[in-house]
Design a protein around this ligand. Structure first.
Ligand SMILES: [Zn+2]
Length: 278
């Protein structure tokens, strides 16, 4: 190799190193489609065979899907699904992880937006030997807003299932968060208080990517694009304004939105260019 060629080689490899950064991997874990009405019961819905008009008036059709995000530091789980299990007691979310090649024991952090039963149902699992619930991700730290747990336990049914949440109290695996801050220098959280009083949202920033997880404040793509106040929100106007603010900022900054209740668009990378094309 001549000196010039070697110099060029070194320069080029340095450049390649500079340009190589970690790309986060997102794995949606779909538990299926459900209708929900005023009774707050989630009833399975087969989008091919079932007819929405045959369900109770005002029924909403929603997907339930948690997300695993592989970052350069962690294997994150964003909300935990309904907590349904099969006849052997295996949680659906564990089955979905195994099918995707993920060992539930590898989850390092569980980020919970709020504790409504369709978001926190899979957080715990019944230990038949003790008769008590315990964390279903034994090697993970769980992050919850400091006031959400007592709120959920006091409020109870039908939106929350206290029996399945009590294990989170005084648990070494649980970190209670304040209104805003950063976890491990790269996961930003903020209380949002639109959908429910102590709901929180997360930004995961790794390399030059930003993933935004808004839970029930930003549940579906169409809700980001259309202005409306949802009756089921605690403060519907605030939720609408937050959605609009995040949508504009997300387009400017190229965020990837993860939509927990969206059938068609589990994730969507917002950009000005995408908006003009659609
Ligand atoms: Zn909710």
């Amino acid at each position: 190799m001549t000196l010039t060629a070697r110099w060029f080689y070194v320069k080029r490899s340095t450049l390649v190193t500079l340009l190589t950064f970690y790309i986060m991997q997102v794995i949606p874990l779909s538990e299926g489609s459900f209708t929900i009405d005023g009774s707050k019961q989630f009833i399975p819905f087969d989008t091919d065979a079932d007819n929405l008009k045959e369900r109770n008036r005002g029924s909403l059709l929603v997907e339930i899907q948690s997300f695993v995000v592989r970052t350069s530091k962690d294997l994150l789980l964003l909300d935990t699904g309904l907590g349904f299990h099969d006849q052997h007691g295996v949680l659906q979310i564990h089955q979905l992880m195994h099918a995707a090649g993920i060992d539930p024991l590898e989850i390092t952090k569980v980020l919970l937006t709020h504790l409504h039963k369709d978001h926190a149902g899979g957080a715990g699992i019944l230990n038949n030997a003790t008769g008590k619930f315990q964390p279903s991700f034994p090697n993970a730290t769980y992050y919850i807003h400091e006031k959400e747990l007592s709120f959920a336990l006091n409020k109870g049914l039908p939106s929350f299932i206290p029996d399945e949440l009590e294990f989170l109290e005084n648990n070494d695996q649980v970190v209670l968060l304040g209104d805003q801050g950063t976890i491990d220098g790269y996961i930003e959280y903020q209380i949002s208080s639109g959908h429910s009083p102590f709901h929180q949202v997360f930004w995961i920033r790794d390399g030059d990517e930003t993933i935004f997880f808004g839970g029930d404040e930003a549940p579906q793509l169409h809700q980001m694009k259309n202005r409306f106040v949802a009756k089921y929100d605690h403060d519907g106007k605030r939720a609408m304004e937050l959605r609009q603010k995040w949508w504009e900022q997300g387009k400017q900054e190229g965020w990837t939105f993860l939509f927990y209740h969206d059938l068609k668009s589990p994730s969507y990378t917002a950009s000005q260019a995408n908006e003009m094309a659609s």
